[in-house]
Ligand binder design. Structure first.
Ligand SMILES: Cc1ncc(COP(=O)(O)O)c(C=O)c1O
Length: 355
């Protein structure tokens, strides 16, 4: 008898490289990337820039490094960086831009992770006031992790960029999952990033690569970011072994994200029926679901422990909130296994209270 599968839906970062990616690693032409001599890295950077409609791109080790490099390349010490208050850049990156760049966060409220235009406008500092910091950059996040994988449309992106540029401020998009947004909206990714000054995306999430992120923008911006990457100790040598699966991912892994979204939706509809669990179906737009378990009188941590005993692992995303992220290793047949496990755990906790 086969052992039951362990279904890890904590994040799409648990995805493993495909056989084609592993094969590409073994065949990759390599060189010293710190000196611009790795042909596979150059190919990935050129392909990424082309796909995003930007002049140039830079391979980095992580989404966080791409974000930090972007902020430090656009802004200067003492500048304020405007972003929605639950942005990954603020909540989950250790305050790196303050730590290393001396920048200050200016947080604004948003809806589904999109900071409202009037809040952005109010947050922009007057250029000529000697008392206030200067606004150095506006950051958007698409899809928005903490809002539940929600997307920002091309039109909203355009409006935010237009507002920023009117004030002479650049815009960076943390697009760790920008291809999920493009697939969900049915628009080419260039539509989502055209008006932004820089954009980064991750290879190592739904696209299934083991490592990597790519930052893109103008040639001048990328040259600056490349210098900064070296300062961060992020210069690499035969990094073609990272770039090779990245090329496979960009060529073959994007359109399949639709399957992840369909399974996410199917699961969310099942979970919405479970008594005591609460979720906002409006935020289920890509591959994530956030579920509040307080209605079954337990904590997210306890809920996850009970789930793990049934072979399903989720992320503890708050005291009473769990996060589920569907990815390439989750098949149609797993959706009902996950839903049943969650229903069992929910009824178990409800039962404990009733007894
Ligand atoms: C929206 C967003 N930005 C940036 C990152 C950071 O990516 P990495 O883990 O590669 O540093 C993440 C990671 O989950 C993310 O969700």
């Amino acid at each position: 008898m086969q052992a039951p599968e362990y279904l890890n839906v904590r994040s799409d970062t648990v995805t493993l490289p495909t056989p084609e990616m592993l094969e590409a690693i073994t065949r990759a032409a390599l060189g010293d990337d710190n000196r611009g001599e790795d042909p596979t890295v150059r190919e990935l950077e050129e392909l990424s820039a082309h796909m995003l409609g930007k002049e140039a791109a830079l391979l980095t080790t992580s989404g966080q490094l791409s974000n930090s490099l972007a902020v430090l390349a656009h802004a200067t010490r003492g500048d304020e960086i405007i972003m929605e208050e639950t942005s990954h850049l603020f909540t989950s990156e250790q305050g790196a831009i303050s730590m290393f760049g001396g920048m200050v966060y200016h947080l604004v409220p948003g809806h589904h992770g999109f900071p409202s235009l009037c809040h952005i406008e109010k947050a922009i500092r007057p250029r000529d006031d000697i008392h206030t910091p200067r606004t150095g950059l506006i950051c958007l996040e698409n899809t928005h992790n903490h809002a539940g994988g929600t997307v920002i449309s091309p039109e909203l992106t355009r409006q935010a960029c237009e507002l920023a540029h009117r004030h002479g401020i650049p815009v960076h998009i943390d697009g760790a999952r920008i291809f999920n947004a493009s697939v969900a909206l049915g628009v080419d990714v260039t539509e989502l990033v055209r008006d932004a000054d820089s954009i980064c995306f991750c290879l190592s999430k739904g696209l299934s690569c083991p490592i990597g992120s790519v930052l893109a923008g103008t040639r001048e911006f990328i040259a600056k970011a490349r210098r900064l990457r070296k300062a961060f100790g992020g210069g690499m040598r035969q990094a073609g072994i990272i770039a090779a699966p990245g090329i496979v991912a960009l060529n073959t892994m994007i359109s399949r994200l639709r399957e992840d979204h369909q399974r996410t939706r199917a699961l969310a509809l099942r979970l919405a029926e479970i008594p005591g669990l609460s979720l906002d179906l409006d935020t289920v737009q890509t591959n994530m679901i956030r579920v509040d378990v307080s209605g079954v009188h337990t904590t997210a941590a306890q809920f996850n422990t009970a789930l793990k005993n049934r072979g399903v692992e989720v992320l503890v995303a708050g005291d009473t909130v769990i996060r589920i992220v569907i990815h390439r290793h989750i098949e149609d047949r797993h959706v009902s296994i996950i839903a049943d496990a969650i229903a069992d755990v929910a009824s178990e906790f409800s039962g404990v209270v009733k007894a």
